[in-house]
Design a protein around this ligand. Structure first.
Ligand SMILES: N[C@@H](CCC(=O)N[C@@H](CS)C(=O)NCC(=O)O)C(=O)O
Length: 224
């Protein structure tokens, strides 16, 4: 983060080519640190060359994992990190993962199912995704501008990275964009992306695309 304050944590995150990469779970934790103005440093993890210490700390080998520098304590998993930071740094409050509104979190699964779908399944998977987005749009229309109301909450930190993947991935892999009438959702994404927390944790659309391509997702070539 921009602050010159002494770092309190080091967080291990996915990286490619020495740059922050496309992990929505790492992004969630980074956004939480940023929104709470907790000073931290990052350790970049190249998935092709995971260090042994990561596997010792988290046998699943996944990131994020975060170390409290003063004590050496490890906090593993973005949900656990969310709740841990809420307890240690209650101001500004984001809420815990559980006590924040449970909406929009399934967008990554719905989006993934859509971009993986066969031509026969595509309409159904698209409709599932649109239903999820409409639910979020209706929530934001009634309770926005953020998911938690006037200020960001824990769910915003979890959902915004997923929406970013959805926005970039649907456009690239399916030449698809979310319906224009979802105005509150569009406004929400624009507003969140203008925050310092987003700018300080940004990775490019190319990173998002490369990440899904590494999972075997291919651009749909329309039938002639
Ligand atoms: N439940 C975990 C999931 C984290 C996760 O799945 N991270 C992925 C990257 S997006 C990972 O580290 N995968 C390890 C690998 O692919 O080798 C969390 O919320 O932190």
């Amino acid at each position: 983060m921009a602050s010159a304050a002494e770092p309190k944590y080091d967080i291990a995150v996915k990286a490619v080519g020495g740059k922050l990469a496309d992990c929505p779970f790492c992004h969630r934790s980074l956004l939480t640190l940023e929104e709470k103005h907790v000073p931290y440093t990052k350790t970049f993890i190249d998935f092709a060359n995971k260090p042994q210490w990561l596997l010792d700390v988290n046998p699943a080998g996944s990131v994020p994992v975060m170390k409290e520098l003063a004590t050496g304590e490890w906090i593993v998993d973005s949900g656990t990190i969310q709740d841990y930071l809420e307890e240690k740094f209650p101001d500004p409050p984001l809420g815990t993962a559980e006590d924040s509104p449970q909406i929009g979190l399934d967008v990554l699964g719905k989006f993934g199912a859509f971009i993986k779908s066969s031509p026969e399944e595509a309409a159904e998977k698209e409709a599932d995704l649109v239903e999820c987005l409409r639910g979020l749009d209706a929530h934001l229309t009634a309770h926005g501008p953020f998911i938690g109301g006037a200020a960001p909450c824990a769910t915003d930190c979890a959902v915004m990275p997923r929406l970013y993947h959805m926005q970039v991935g649907t456009k690239y892999f399916r030449d698809w964009e979310m319906p224009a009438e979802l105005a509150a959702l569009r406004q929400y994404m624009d507003t969140f992306m203008s925050r310092d927390s987003w700018k300080n944790t940004y990775y490019s659309p190319e990173m998002v695309i490369a990440g899904w391509e590494a999972h075997g997702i291919k651009k749909l070539v329309p039938a002639q």
